[in-house]
Design a protein around this ligand. Structure first.
Ligand SMILES: [Zn+2]
Length: 315
């Protein structure tokens, strides 16, 4: 409709059109707390014409600063982003099993913390995607920082004496975590959180590559499998942000279950869940090898890798 024709429409119709345009722009974008969009982040703006209207569900109006590409309340009235929610199971169940196994094997507390940390991220992410409430968003994002700090501690302290606690790295990582949390609570800027998380992951990757290059080269396959799977998840996360319009168009034209495959943020959960789990196994294998235990990889149901430690040390 032309601009001239629009100007002669009765004002309620004009207002309705404005409202509709506003809703289309908001979906799938990063939003600040006051509801404005963040111009620094790539969005799905090219597809505003096919954006679904902001559906309301059990949890009411979304207060999170981010709303992902999955359309809200489409599958269930009780779950805002259904696929982005249930895909977190992979980040919850295997780490719980891992924590129990690490406890049974008498491994150091830091490895139980690593598995529990990953499971907490999964639970936080579940709550966030289910409700799209800002408080739940924090339950997802802040544990990502804390759990990665635990991973870093494990990998940087792996060549120390058994059960020795590194007070300096703990203090350093605690100061970092507290500062990031305080700044993020004040600023509420998703990019700040993503950059801080990226810095921690980069440190972890550099340390892991250093160890498998110079100390335990036979652990390269596990290290690169973990990194590769995590990286694939990151690529899909970006694609979900950049090509949201195309993905929504594709899934609207596919049968429901097949369309679910295009939920790339859900795939990000799956790949980062598996990548992080494999990273903890790598970290445990490095540590137990250094301490001269006998780590053994076993496959649960012939598929899922777990690490078992035999009680006797190698001579
Ligand atoms: Zn997520």
């Amino acid at each position: 409709m032309s601009r001239t024709l629009l100007s002669v429409l009765p004002s309620p119709i004009r207002r309705r059109r404005k409202r509709r345009r506003k809703r289309g722009r908001g979906a799938g974008r990063y939003r600040s707390c006051d509801g404005t969009t963040n111009p620094l982040v790539p969005t799905a703006s090219s597809s505003s014409s096919i954006m679904a209207p902001a559906a309301q569900g059990y949890w009411g109006r979304s207060t999170s600063t981010i709303d992902w590409c999955e359309e809200n309340y489409v599958v269930s009235f009780y779950i805002a982003e259904f696929w982005n929610t249930i895909s977190n199971l992979i980040m919850i169940l295997p780490p719980i099993y891992g924590a129990i196994q690490a406890f049974r094997d008498g491994l150091e507390f830091r490895y139980i913390c690593s598995f529990v940390g990953l499971a907490v991220v999964g639970v936080g992410s579940w709550c966030f995607h289910m409700t799209l409430q800002f408080k739940m968003q924090l339950m997802d994002e802040l544990p990502m920082i804390y759990s990665t700090c635990v991973f870093l501690y494990c990998l940087f302290e792996c060549f120390k004496q058994e059960n020795k606690i590194g007070l300096f790295p703990i203090a350093l990582l605690s100061i970092f975590s507290i500062s990031v949390s305080a700044l993020y609570l004040q600023w509420k800027e998703p990019i700040f959180h993503q950059v801080m998380y990226g810095i921690l992951v980069a440190c972890l990757v550099i340390r892991a590559i250093y160890i498998v290059t110079w100390v335990y080269p036979w652990l390269r396959p596990l290290c690169y499998a973990s990194l590769g799977i995590f990286l694939l998840g990151f690529v899909l996360w970006n694609m979900d942000n950049f090509y949201c319009g195309t993905l929504r168009y594709a899934r609207n034209n596919l049968p429901p279950v097949v369309g679910a495959v295009t939920q790339l943020h859900a795939w990000w959960h799956i790949f980062t869940g598996v990548g992080s789990y494999l990273h903890i196994l790598l970290s445990m294998q490095i540590r137990t090898t250094y301490l001269k235990y006998r780590p053994k990889v076993k496959f649960l149901c012939g598929v899922w890798p777990t690490l078992h430690i035999e009680p006797q040390k190698m001579s």
